[in-house]
Design a protein around this ligand. Structure first.
Ligand code: NAD
Length: 518
């Protein structure tokens, strides 16, 4: 599934097709005009279709062609002038970036009378008809548009550059020490730009991201850099030494030099593996992380931890290795399975608890957090990355505050281990955070247990854990890296809500189980 970079709407003569074409050229992607898609679909010209089936017949064909393009075309799309009169098209446009081009009657009239044959509705009395279309359609354009610009008499490329700058600004850039995380929509060209100084590129990705990987490879090659794809198994299976060796072999065939770049495109498992491949090939080549799962965006790809698993445990072999840049393209979330999106919210809400109460407020509208097109999810992602960015900038190698990011993780890791990693990480974190809140209550640090339960269960994350045997969980917690002198150490929230490290007594731990019992 792909979605257009942007959709242009406007009255006949507004120049929406020209704008779409210019912007596509600036970025290096395709453009399409829905009238041309209809002509290709029907094998007839627009006036012939009007003659054969009339305006209602034409609108029905247009509706189908547009709703298809909105879920399959990844370029810049210009919509036929009357398309938005269809309620179905207006609904299908929700969540898209829709640019409305307006213009004075004089400018539009001059343009439409230059080429009347393409515009059957304006053949007679163009001035009067254009005024009528304006009064009928302008309120509908305004309803669907997310950006409005006014066309003028300058060469169209000037306006196109202005619109492109506005659309590109749409990405938020968050600074981490020495690199930046870009969050926005349709950012493949940024990945290609970041790779354009390299002598070669290898895009490491699982099967599910093939379409996006192909687009990225095309865009990199357009900039004169040889690029190839390297497909890895999905999920944890790829974090295996055999996959590392396979990737090294591919890099050898590609003859990747020190100025090459490895691109990790996928969930956290892929960015972990790709990061370690980049860290080890020729003792380190550039790395671009392109996380495509919510967990990857807010956690795994930010912070420079890379690695693979061994039979002795998860993430036992790895390196701290900083990427050149991280590019979180929110478009990826459209193909992410719903349960993976929900699980990623576990880490997002955890960030709310340790540092950013605004994220907790956002859980009051859970349906928005579960909607890939919502401004609320985008805000939550940016806020979570900002929390992680601030903490890892302060403590890259986890000798101090970085431990706070492990809020809820002592029990979460134990659950994942006991369940043989069949429970998603974010789900385990949700249960672990409720347990941490119960421990804090036991330790006299304030009672926020119910608020924790509410925040995670609002988005459908689990807050109780009934399976598994308690002793196995305790044993698994004792293998946690925060253990010191045989005492379990937890990140808990103080009475003021600040994260701090606490060593509860075995009795306090025992009494806290009650809070997560099913
Ligand atoms: P994952 O990488 O296994 O992805 C989950 C599933 O979603 C996979 O099947 C993947 O192929 C698929 N997928 C991802 N993006 C998709 C998309 N846009 N469309 C369709 N399918 C898509 O799991 P995850 O939850 O993203 O990450 C978990 C991994 O991250 C674990 O290995 C964990 O150890 C690691 N991690 C690392 C850090 C770190 O700091 N390095 C932090 C947290 C987690």
């Amino acid at each position: 599934m792909s979605r257009p970079y942007a959709v242009f709407v406007g009255l006949p003569g507004s120049g929406k097709s020209t704008m779409a074409r210019h912007i596509a050229e600036i970025i290096g992607i395709e453009s399409a005009d829905t009238d041309d898609l209809i002509v290709a679909d029907q094998g007839k010209s627009i006036p012939e279709i009007f003659d054969d089936v009339g305006e209602p017949g034409f609108r029905a064909i247009e509706e189908r062609v547009i709703t298809d393009a909105l879920t399959s075309f990844g370029g810049v799309l210009a919509l036929g002038g009357g398309a938005i009169t269809s309620a179905k098209v207006r609904t299908a446009l929700r969540g898209h970036r829709v640019v409305l081009i307006t213009g004075s009657q004089e400018i539009l009239l001059e343009r439409v009378t230059r080429n009347p044959s393409r515009r059957p509705l304006l053949l007679n009395s163009p001035d009067e008809n254009l005024r009528r279309l304006r009064s009928e359609r302008e309120p509908l354009y305004e309803k669907v548009s997310t950006l409005t610009v006014e066309t003028d008499t300058r060469p169209p490329i000037h306006l196109a550059r202005e619109i492109h700058a506005q659309l590109a600004q749409d990405a938020t850039v968050i600074d981490v020490k020495d690199y930046a995380v870009h969050v926005g929509n349709h950012l493949d060209h940024r990945v290609a730009q970041a790779a354009s100084a390299a002598s070669s590129a290898l895009v490491v990705h699982p099967e599910a991201l093939t379409e996006k990987a192909e687009r990225i490879v095309r865009e990199i090659e357009l900039r004169g850099v040889p690029a190839e794809r390297h497909v890895v198994p999905s999920g944890e299976e790829q974090k295996h030494s055999s996959e590392l060796i396979r990737a090294w072999d591919h890099l050898g065939q590609l003859k990747m030099a020190r100025d090459g770049v490895v691109i990790g495109l996928g969930g956290g498992a892929t960015t972990d593996l790709a990061g370690f491949i980049a860290a080890t090939w020729l003792r380190g080549v550039e790395l671009i992380q392109v996380p495509t799962s919510l967990l990857g965006m807010v956690d795994a790809a930010v912070g420079g931890k890379t690695g693979i698993d061994t039979p002795a445990g998860k993430n036992l072999v790895g390196a701290f290795y900083k990427p050149l840049t991280v590019i979180a393209d929110l478009e990826s979330l459209w193909t992410l399975p719903a349960d993976e999106l929900r699980a990623g919210l576990g880490e997002v809400i955890k960030c709310g608890w340790i540092e950013d109460p605004r994220i907790l407020q956002l859980t009051k509208e859970p349906e928005k957090l579960l909607d890939p097109s919502s401004a609320e999810l985008r805000e939550a992602i940016i806020s979570s990355i900002s929390v992680k960015a601030r903490i890892v900038t302060e403590d890259f190698k986890e000798s101090g505050s970085r431990e706070f990011l492990n809020y809820g993780h002592t029990l979460a890791h134990a659950i994942e281990k006991v369940e043989n990693f069949t429970v998603r990480h974010g789900e385990a974190v949700a249960i672990g955070c409720v347990f941490a809140a119960a421990l804090a209550r036991e330790c006299g640090m304030g009672d926020r247990v119910d608020e924790h339960i509410e925040s995670f269960s609002a988005v459908g994350l689990p807050v109780t854990y009934e399976k598994g045997n308690r002793q196995a969980l305790v044993d698994a917690m004792f293998s946690d890296k925060k253990i010191r002198a045989g005492r379990l150490r937890f990140v808990l929230l103080s009475a003021q809500g600040k994260p701090t490290i606490v060593e509860p007594t075995p009795e306090q731990i025992e009494r806290s189980w009650e809070a997560v019992k099913a």
